[in-house]
Design a protein around this ligand. Structure first.
Ligand SMILES: CC(=O)SCCNC(=O)CCNC(=O)[C@H](O)C(C)(C)COP(=O)(O)OP(=O)(O)OC[C@H]1O[C@@H](n2cnc3c(N)ncnc32)[C@H](O)[C@@H]1OP(=O)(O)O
Length: 421
């Protein structure tokens, strides 16, 4: 365990201490929500998973929490501690408080039987040292109004509606479509509580930055069933040449190609608008294939979900593999010594989801050497072990083992999480 400054200790934070937790969070993230915002945004924390560092005088210096998630992985899902709300008072930083909290987070997650932790990072430099690997990328686009799309049969038969987003009316619709659209995609974390689901649809005035209230565009089939949605906001903007409203999309998902085509045909051609910005898309999102000129959408790649394997054999057996492999991995792990050894990963019979694997301790000569961080990075099938080797982060010890293992770890759908948690 990392030593804390004298007299400091890691403590659980019950709901009664919420004001103290918020005070640390506001100092760490440099914001202060007004009363109306606090009223509207639901309390999303799980109070049996909320932890702090307490100072000798009993005040809080640092906080973190986690969500009880099922993380979609290639061919299945795994119990996952979704790390969140990490914050250290600015006058307490760089004294090892985060490091101590990470040790506590790992211990508690393993005690709860969660072999994996995942997070979305405030800054990229923070979490690699704790064994988290960036396991997915997301794409951010700025699409010019009127960008042309390839035709998709059936799109014309679908209808579009627009309304002001209403958490009471739309939370369930958004959750149901979000669930359906992400089926089979690694990394597609579902919002696991009513509060998280509602939190995606709420719209306190302080978040509008001069724009309109949050709207929801929905696409419906002939029976009236919703097939796609976009949560978005336009902002009145006039230039000398006329209207140049930006459209900011908070989240857009579609259950199939025709619905995606209908949704984007509408969103990309709203009157008075100039450009549509959207983030949180998978690198293989349908929109990128539908755009005739995706270059004009100025694609930008950003880090998305970071994954930490806490229990290597349980984590590796929770996913499926894309090709047969029998490999001995020599894994290093500075923080969780039980992971730091040789593991033999052997795939077996294929079922509908892919190839299952057995992972057992081994004393055989290793075929590949890598850190738990790169194993986490490759875990969702979005980062290639072969590419890591080219960066010197994975070492091939048996010729041919790298290609076979990288192929087995790959997956046809790119991982992504459509929201920041
Ligand atoms: C999942 C999420 O919730 S992401 C949100 C993370 N929170 C924030 O970004 C809020 C603002 N920042 C903070 O609250 C804090 O500065 C934190 C949480 C990032 C770091 O907390 P600290 O207690 O200062 O970290 P700690 O002292 O344990 O640092 C451990 C090591 O990480 C390094 N480190 C910590 N934060 C950063 C950073 N942002 N960038 C680069 N290195 C960092 C430290 O330099 C230290 O390195 P060393 O061991 O080589 O000396």
């Amino acid at each position: 365990m990392t030593p804390l400054p004298d007299g400091y200790r890691v403590v659980a934070v019950p709901r009664e201490r919420k004001p103290e937790l918020l005070a640390v969070d506001h100092l760490a993230f440099a914001y202060e929500p007004d009363a109306a915002t606090s009223e509207i945004v639901p309390d999303q924390l799980e109070w049996d998973r909320t932890v702090a560092v307490e100072r000798p005088d009993g005040t809080l210096a640092a906080v973190h929490a986690s969500y009880d998630f099922d993380l979609p992985v290639p061919g299945g899902e795994v119990a996952c501690a979704g790390l969140t709300w990490v914050g250290v008072r600015p006058d307490e930083r760089r004294r090892g408080l985060l490091t101590a909290m990470m040790d506590a987070h790992f211990t508690r997650s393993l005690e709860r039987g969660e072999p994996v932790s995942a997070l979305t990072a405030a800054e990229m430099a923070i979490y690699g040292r704790f064994g988290y690997g960036c396991a997915s990328d997301d794409v951010r686009l700025k699409v010019p109004r009127g960008a042309r799309l390839r035709d998709v049969p059936g799109s014309d038969a679908l209808t579009v509606r627009i309304a002001t987003a209403d958490p009471d009316e739309h939370t369930e619709l958004v959750h149901a479509l979000h669930t359906a659209a992400g089926a089979g995609r690694p990394g597609w974390v579902l919002r696991s509580s009513d509060a998280l689901r509602r939190g995606r649809v709420v719209d306190p005035p302080a978040w509008r930055d001069g724009g309109e209230p949050l709207r929801i565009v929905t696409v419906h089939d002939e029976a009236g069933e919703p097939r796609a949605y976009a949560l978005l906001r336009r902002k009145e903007t006039w230039a000398e040449t006329g209207a140049r409203y930006p459209v900011m999309v908070r989240e857009a998902v579609a259950a199939d190609a025709a619905a995606a085509h209908r949704l984007w045909s509408f969103v990309l051609d709203m009157d008075l608008t100039h450009e549509v910005s959207v983030r949180g898309l998978a690198p293989d999102d349908a929109l990128l294939s539908l755009l005739l000129d995706s270059r004009s959408a100025v694609p930008q790649i950003g880090d998305n979900v970071w994954v930490r394997l806490l229990d290597v054999p349980r984590a590796l057996t929770a996913r499926r593999y894309a090709a047969p492999v029998d490999v001995v991995l020599k894994v290093t792990d500075d923080r969780l010594p039980a992971n730091a050894r040789r593991w033999r990963l052997t795939t077996g019979e294929a079922d509908g989801a892919g190839l299952a694997a057995e992972v057992t301790p081994s004393d055989d000569e290793p075929d590949l050497r890598l850190d738990v961080r790169e194993l986490g990075g490759a875990y969702l099938g979005g980062r290639s072990l072969a590419a890591y080797a080219r960066a010197g982060l994975v070492t091939e010890l048996t010729p041919g083992a790298l290609l076979r293992t990288a192929t087995a770890f790959s997956w046809p759908l790119a991982p992504v999480c459509s929201w920041v948690f």
